[in-house]
Design a protein around this ligand. Structure first.
Ligand code: NAD
Length: 483
C-alpha cells in the first residue's frame, strides 16, 4: 500500500477524535505491509484521558441504571450494524480468518447486551444487626475511573469484557489497546461513539503499553484496573497499581489430559480446536496434551489429521482457516519453542516450521509433536501458537505430577470415562476452569473465568455478574432509628 493512501488513526479523548504528532506503523501480519499510521501517545495524552474520564464520572454515575443499560443496548446495536467493517479490520490487522472475526464481533455485541440485563438485576442487601436501633443495608456503587488494558489476541471481545460492565455500573474508562490491534480498537470505539455515549465515559489512548498503560495504572485518579495480557506485564501492573482493586487475566499453559479410557475422537477434536483456532493465540489454549502412553500414537494421529485439514494463508482469502501469527514477538517464541523441542528429541508428527513463503514471517504450520519431555520450554512456558506438544504418562500419579508441574493455572481439559478420576483431577489442579470431557477452551461470557490462586494466571474472576461485582464497591449504610 502506498504510504500516501495509508489511513492515520486517532485517539478518542473527551468525546473528540484527535491526532498525535508521533506515530507508529500499523502492519498487516499476512503481508508485512504498513496499513496504518497509529498514534504513539505519550504520558500527557494518557493524563488528559484520565482527566476526561474523571470529569465525566459523577454525571455518568448519576444516570439511572436503566438509562445506562439502554446505552449498552444502543452500543450493541451499533456494533451489530458495523459488524462487517469491524470484522474486516479485525481480520486484516489481527490475522484471524473472516469467519472467526465475524463471530468475535457478534459476541462483542452480546457482551453489551448481557451487561445491560445484569446491571438491572444488581442489588444490595438488608442485613440483621445486634443493635436493634440499626437498619443495615449494602449497595453497589461504581469505583470511579477504570484503567482497561487489553491484548491483541481477541482485541474486540476482551475489551468488551471490561467496557460493558464498567460503563453499565457507572464507571468511566481509559482504554489502552494493544499496539498491534489498535485499528480495530478505533473501529469498536467508532461504533460506541455512534450510539451517543456521553463524552469522557470511554476514552481510547493508543500507544505503547509501557508508556501509556504504565501511566494510567499508577495514576492517583484511577480507582480500578482491568488488565488482560501476559503474566510478566500483569506482575508489573500489580506493582505499579498496588492498592487499587484489580482484575488481572493473565497467561495459561492449559494441560488437556487424555486417559486410556477416553473417547479419542472427541479428545483429538477438542485438543485441535484449542490449539489451531485463532492460530493457537488463546490464553485457554491446548498448551500441552498429557496422554496415557498406550494412546499417544492414535491420539497424535487424530490431532495431526485435524491439523492437516487447516488451510494456512492470508485471512482475506476465501477458504483460509488459519491466518498468520499476529506479530514478530509471538512468531519468534513459537519457532523457538518448537526448535528447542525438536533439538531435545521431540518428534514432529506434522508441521513444525514457519512458512514465510505464504507472505510473511508470521505464518507457522499447525504442528503436532510427540516425545515432549517436562524440561522442554514448550512444556514449561506458554507458547501461544498453533502447536500441540504431547507428553506421555504411565499412570494417574504421573499424570497428576505433570499437570501440577506448571507456573500457570488457567484452563484445563480432562478426558476420561471415570468420573472419580475426573473429579480428583478437577478438584486438585489449581486452575480457574476444568472442563471434563471437553477441551481447555470451553467457556461462555456469563460464566466465571480467571486464574487459580498461587499460579501466574491472574487474580479475580471475569464473567457475567462477577465482572459487574468486581467493578463496583460494596458500601454499607446504617440507619439509626430514633427511640
Ligand atoms: P502483553 O502483556 O505484552 O500486553 C498486554 C497489554 O499490556 C498490551 O496492551 C500492552 O500494550 C500493555 N502493556 C505492556 N507493557 C505494559 C506496562 N508496563 N504497563 C501497562 N501496560 C502494558 O500481552 P500480549 O502479548 O498482548 O497478550 C498475550 C498474553 O495475554 C498471553 O500471555 C495470554 O495468555 C494473555 N491473555 C490472557 C487472557 C485471560 O483471560 N487470562 C486472555 C487473553 C490473553
Amino acid at each position: 500500500m502506498a504510504l500516501d493512501t495509508i489511513e492515520t488513526f486517532q485517539n478518542f479523548i473527551a468525546g473528540a477524535w484527535e491526532d498525535h504528532a508521533d506515530t507508529m506503523p500499523g502492519i498487516n501480519p499476512a503481508t508485512g505491509d504498513q496499513i496504518a499510521r497509529l498514534p504513539r501517545s505519550d504520558r500527557t495524552c494518557a493524563n488528559r484521558a484520565v482527566a476526561a474520564a474523571s470529569s465525566a464520572q459523577a454525571a455518568w454515575a448519576a444516570r439511572s441504571v436503566f438509562d445506562r443499560a439502554a446505552m449498552c443496548v444502543a452500543i450493541a446495536t451499533k456494533i451489530d450494524e458495523a459488524r462487517p467493517r469491524i470484522a474486516r479490520t479485525l481480520s486484516m490487522e489481527q490475522g484471524k480468518p473472516m469467519a472467526q472475526a465475524t463471530g468475535e464481533v457478534a459476541k462483542a455485541a452480546d457482551g453489551f447486551r448481557l451487561a445491560s440485563e445484569l446491571v438491572k438485576q444488581m442489588g444490595g442487601q438488608t442485613l440483621p444487626a445486634e443493635d436493634p436501633s440499626k437498619l443495615v443495608m449494602t449497595l453497589r456503587q461504581p469505583r470511579g475511573v477504570y484503567a482497561v488494558i487489553t491484548p491483541w489476541n481477541y482485541p474486540v471481545n476482551i475489551p468488551v469484557e471490561y467496557l460493558a460492565p464498567g460503563i453499565a455500573t457507572g464507571n468511566t474508562i481509559v482504554w489502552v489497546p494493544a499496539p498491534t490491534t489498535s485499528m480495530v480498537a478505533v473501529e469498536l470505539m467508532r461504533a460506541i461513539e455512534a450510539a451517543g455515549l456521553p463524552e469522557g465515559v470511554i476514552n481510547l489512548v493508543i500507544g505503547e503499553g509501557a508508556t501509556v498503560g504504565d501511566e494510567i495504572v499508577a495514576h492517583p485518579d484511577v480507582n480500578g484496573i482491568g488488565f488482560t495480557g501476559s503474566a510478566a506485564t500483569g506482575q508489573r501492573i500489580a506493582e505499579r497499581g498496588a492498592g487499587k482493586p484489580m482484575l488481572l487475566e493473565l497467561g495459561g499453559n492449559g494441560p488437556v489430559l487424555v486417559f486410556e479410557d477416553a473417547d479419542l475422537d472427541r479428545a483429538a477434536l477438542a485438543a485441535a480446536n484449542g490449539a489451531f483456532s485463532n492460530a493457537g493465540q488463546i490464553c485457554a489454549a491446548t498448551g500441552r496434551v498429557l496422554a496415557h502412553r498406550s494412546i499417544v500414537e492414535p491420539l497424535a494421529a487424530r490431532i495431526a489429521k485435524h491439523a492437516e485439514g487447516y488451510v494456512l494463508g492470508d485471512p482475506r482469502h476465501q477458504g483460509t482457516t488459519m491466518g498468520p501469527l499476529n506479530n514478530p514477538k509471538v512468531a519468534a517464541k513459537v519457532a523457538e519453542h518448537v526448535d528447542d523441542a525438536i533439538a531435545a528429541g521431540a518428534i514432529v508428527v506434522t508441521g513444525g516450521k514457519a512458512r514465510p513463503d505464504l507472505g510473511s514471517a508470521m505464518f507457522f504450520e499447525p504442528t503436532v509433536l510427540t516425545g515432549v519431555t517436562p524440561t522442554m520450554r514448550i512444556n514449561k512456558e506458554e507458547t501461544f501458537g498453533p502447536v500441540v506438544p504431547i507428553l506421555a504418562f504411565d499412570d494417574d500419579d504421573e499424570a497428576m505430577r505433570l499437570a501440577l508441574d506448571s507456573d500457570y493455572g488457567l484452563c484445563v481439559g480432562v478426558f476420561t470415562e471415570n468420573i472419580s478420576r475426573a473429579l480428583r483431577f478437577a478438584e486438585t489442579i489449581p486452575a480457574g476452569i476444568v472442563n471434563i470431557n471437553d477441551g481447555s477452551t470451553y467457556w461462555e461470557i456469563h460464566l466465571p473465568f480467571g486464574g487459580g490462586s498461587g499460579t501466574r494466571s491472574g487474580v479475580g474472576r471475569l464473567g457475567g455478574r462477577l465482572t459487574l461485582e468486581a467493578m463496583t464497591e460494596l458500601k454499607m449504610i446504617t440507619i439509626t432509628r430514633k427511640p
